[in-house]
Ligand binder design. Structure first.
Ligand SMILES: [Zn+2]
Length: 148
């Protein structure tokens, strides 16, 4: 199954960024019965400067390849490469949380303006938004979904 779409970053509460990401996801079988989730996220983020609390624009692209495991024991038994475990006892994965984790991993440790001119202190912290969890995990991606 493949899905592609756009994700509003202000729907990810832990990320604390505004902006939008282009997301491609693909779920497949690796041939040995393992479920693989691969993805690519290209994001234009507006982060909060840690010095002046103003908006800082950043672009980043991250790719990941995860293998679904039901338990820590199963994760420990994986071959070391190229598998990164995605732990879910139920087999259900919250796609928005998965993408949020990957973006958090790819982010700079602390966002600050590059120059004193940009770092004005005039910015305001973007408001966080709460969004209901969709019943269909891929629905978070909006338009563009297709099944294979
Ligand atoms: Zn700043």
């Amino acid at each position: 199954m493949e899905a592609a779409g756009r994700l509003r970053l202000d729907t990810l509460p832990r990320l604390q960024a505004a902006g939008e990401a282009e997301v491609q996801l693909r779920a497949s079988d690796d041939g040995s019965g393992r479920a693989i989730v691969q993805g690519r996220v290209k994001a234009q983020l507006t982060l909060t400067c840690q010095r002046c609390l103003g908006p800082v624009a950043r672009a980043l692209t991250t790719e990941f390849k995860l293998v679904w495991v039901r338990s820590d024991a199963q994760a420990a038994a994986l071959p070391p490469e190229p598998y990164e475990p995605l732990l879910s006892a139920s087999g259900r994965v919250q796609v928005s949380e998965l993408l949020e984790d990957e973006l958090l991993l790819a982010l700079p440790i602390a966002a600050v303006h590059a120059t004193a001119e940009e770092c004005s202190g005039l910015g305001q912290r973007p408001a966080l938004r709460h969004v209901e969890t969709p019943a269909n995990p891929f629905a978070v991606l909006g338009a563009g979904r297709r099944d294979r």
